[in-house]
Design a protein around this ligand. Sequence first.
Ligand code: AMP
Ligand code: FE
Ligand code: FE
Ligand code: ZN
Length: 280
Amino acid sequence: MRIDLHTHSVASDGTQTPAQVVASAAWVGLDVVALTDHDTSAGWDEAVAAGREHGVAVVRGVEMSCRAGGRSVHLLSYLPDPDDAALRAEADTIRDARRSRARSIVELVAQDYELTWDDVLEQTVPGTTVGRPHIADALVARGHVPDRTAAFSTILATGSPYYVPHYATPVLRAIRLVRAAGGVPVVAHPGAEGRDRPVSDKEIEAMVEAGLAGLEVHHRDNSPEQVERLTAAAARWGLLVTGSSDYHGAGKENLLGEHTTRPEVLAEIEAQGRTAVVRP
Ligand code: AMP
Ligand code: FE
Ligand code: FE
Ligand code: ZN
C-alpha cells in the first residue's frame, strides 16, 4: 500500500485539476491519495469521482493556513464533517483575507512592475484559494521572472518590500475547530526551516493539549535533524507520524509519493475521522 496524504490542485496553488492529481497518483502507483488544498474543500467531489475511475482511494483533507508565535504554520485536517458550519466559515474567512492580501501585494508590485489584478485572476479558476504562487505565475506570464521559484526568491519573498501578510487562524483554535468538526489535525512540515523557524517541542506540547493528532514528520522540508527530533516528539506525546509529498503539480519540485504514510497510520486517522476514506 502506497499512501500520500498531502497534495494540491488548482483549487489552491497546484497546477493540475483535482481529477488530474488523482490520475497522476494512479500513474505513479499510489493506492491512496489525500487532496489537501489550502483553505478549501472545493476539489473534493472531483477528486473522489476520479478516484473511482482510476482505482485510487481518496482522503478528503484541507491544509489550513494558521498562525503561531507570529509566523505561518500549516495544519492538515483529515476527514472532517464536510458540512461543519464553524470550520467552513473559518475557511471562508481565510480565503477572503488571502484574496484582499493578494490584491495589496499586486498594488505594491505594480508600482515597479507591469502587473494587474486581472493578470493574477487569469492564473486561477473561479473560487481558487489565491496565494503568492498565482501572483508568481502572473509575473512569469509578464516575463518579469522565469518561474515560480525565482519569484519566491525575489519579488514575492517573505522579506521583500512587496510582502503583505494575511489573517490566518491561531493554530490552537484551528486544532479545536478541526476536532469539533470530527477532523484529524496533523501539523504540516513542522520542521521546515526555509519558510520560518520550525515548530518547537514546547509549541507541539501546547498543540497536543488542544487535541493534535499527528506530525508530518516525513516531508522534504524537514531536515534529517528535524526528522529525528520530530520522531522523538511524536513518540513522547503519542502522536501519529505521517509522510507525504506536498505535490503541487508543475508548481513545485515535490514528486507524488516521494514520502508516504504507513497503512496503520491511515487506519488510525480513519478511525478518528468523522468521514470515511472513499475507496474505489
Ligand atoms: P502564500 O500562502 O500565499 O503566502 O504562499 C505560500 C505558498 O506558496 C506555500 O504554501 C507553497 O505551497 C508555495 N510556495 C512557496 N515557495 C514556493 C516556490 N519556491 N515555488 C513554488 N511554490 C512555492
Ligand atoms: Fe501551497
Ligand atoms: Fe504547507
Ligand atoms: Zn501543502
